[in-house]
Write a protein that binds this ligand. Structure first.
Ligand code: 5AD
Ligand code: SF4
Length: 439
């Protein structure tokens, strides 16, 4: 039996697909590269913005023809949309066989074997999270594509209830894996040839296994023999501690890159978003980070057009972007998510205005990224070689610890090796380097 799995959304979802692959392969299923060849098609979905959901719904329709040709084909919807929409998906798209939420993937074999849960006789094809789920999949071995970097989820869920965000509703409450269990997985990863790990969580800074906080965990992971680099995402500014930043500074293997979503530069809007920090608090965190870490890659997420965002609030976001000089920023137009608190707020910003604000920040950030990259010309750095550059067969690419990509033209460099380079050029967001020959 062959399965095909397609993934939308964040890194956590990609990791979850690796978990599901682990469950299926453990039961004898083989991966298929094309949906046409598969006996089971799985779509792991994202609900964070309406646009993400629309893309999935269109994609699901494209699988309908396959189902008509081959009635034995099973099609399943996994992830956040499965949790959010549940039965609605089966009613609206009767060619879908089952839906499974992010904490219920262990049920997938049951569903595929046609064995229905006793308690759920009424809707045996729907498996949704319980509110207080403790699931961490600690004993499931994810199936990863061999490479340089592996993702490892160290916690799941979120307790923050930012008013715009669907995540706490679809992924449930926060829970952490034990540090011991994480370390065991990372030792296995080293045996499989991985040299870099990215620790994942919706808010890694609130990691707590009853004994260790996230700073402790990072320090433990950095000590695992064979691991060259440790990365992590995502940090909530309210929980990012000085202790954590110190641990990053003290450990060479922990990369100086922090993804720190600010969302808005206006304290008034931050309050409406329930973010628990002010503009000044955020700026103070940035100052603290830069006191300890140099260089540091600082990246962020920004939402424009949150309900009630006036021109003055938006200008404060623009000014904050100018002041902080992030290395890059992901900017999103606010998208109301049914069931969240902000979905009931009025004072919606028009679609045209959201687009204008998005473009203004993107243009400004591009200039900042370019100018920061130009300042790196002539400087030395160490990259971890990841493989061929996307644009050319003869070039290789790797990342600096700040997460910036460096392309080395016309070279053969071993994947997974640390190489010292000098930055010789910057074209837009891409850096070009030359290998330093050690003597
Ligand atoms: N609308 C727009 N962007 C959102 N994000 C989360 N929820 C929404 C929403 N309803 C953005 C935030 C978050 C990132 C992952 O997605 O910026 O940090
Ligand atoms: Fe959503 Fe906020 Fe939790 Fe991030 S911290 S997942 S934005 S609720």
């Amino acid at each position: 039996m062959k399965y095909f799995i397609e993934t939308y959304g964040c890194q956590m979802n990609k990791y979850d697909s690796e978990l599901v692959a682990g469950i299926l392969e453990g039961a004898g299923y083989c991966p298929s590269l094309r949906p046409e060849d598969a006996d089971v098609i799985l779509v792991n979905t994202c609900s964070v913005r309406q646009h993400a959901e629309q893309r999935v719904l269109q994609r699901l329709n494209s699988f309908k023809a396959l189902k008509l040709e081959r009635p034995d084909l099973k099609i399943g919807v996994l992830g956040c949309m499965a949790q959010r929409l549940g039965e609605k998906i089966l009613v609206e798209k009767p060619f879908i066989d089952f839906v499974i939420g992010p904490d219920s993937y262990r049920n997938i074999l049951q569903v595929l074997n046609g064995v229905h849960s006793e308690q759920r006789e009424s809707s045996p094809k729907i498996f949704l999270n319980e509110y207080e789920s403790k699931e961490t999949y600690a004993d499931v071995c994810p199936v990863r594509v061999r490479g340089v970097n592996a993702w490892v989820a160290v916690m799941r869920g979120c307790n923050n209830y930012c008013t715009y965000c669907i995540v706490p509703y679809v992924r449930g409450r926060e829970r952490s894996r034990s540090a011991q269990n994480v370390i065991e997985e990372i030792r296995r990863l080293v045996d499989e040839g991985f040299v870099e790990v990215t620790l994942l969580g919706q808010n890694v800074n609130s990691y707590w296994d009853g004994e260790h906080d996230f700073a402790d965990l990072l320090a433990m992971v950095a000590k695992v023999e064979g691991i060259e680099r440790v990365r992590f995402a995502t940090s909530h500014p309210k929980d990012l501690s000085e202790k954590l930043v110190r641990v990053i500074a003290e450990n060479e293997k922990i990369c100086n890159h922090i993804h720190l979503p600010v969302q808005s530069g206006s304290t008034r809007i931050l309050q409406l978003m329930n973010r628990h920090y002010s503009r000044e608090d955020f700026l103070a965190k940035v100052e603290m980070i830069r006191k300890y870490l140099n260089p540091v890659g600082l990246t962020t997420d920004i939402i424009v057009g949150f309900p009630g965002e006036e021109e003055d609030d938006f200008r404060q976001t623009v000014e904050l972007v100018r002041e902080v000089e992030f290395d890059s920023a992901f900017v999103f137009k606010y998208s109301p998510r049914p069931g969240t608190r902000a979905a009931q707020f009025d004072d919606m910003v028009s679609a045209a205005e959201k687009t204008r604000r998005l473009e203004e920040i993107n243009t400004l950030q591009k200039e900042i990224t370019k100018s920061k990259n130009r300042q790196l010309i002539g400087q030395r750095g160490v990259i971890l070689v990841e493989g061929r550059s996307k644009k050319s067969e003869t070039d290789v690419m790797g990342r600096l610890e700040t997460n910036k990509i460096v392309v080395i033209p016309n070279t053969i460099l071993p994947k997974g090796k640390l190489v010292e380079v000098t930055i010789v050029g910057a074209d837009g967001v891409t850096l070009f380097g030359r290998v330093n020959h050690q003597n």
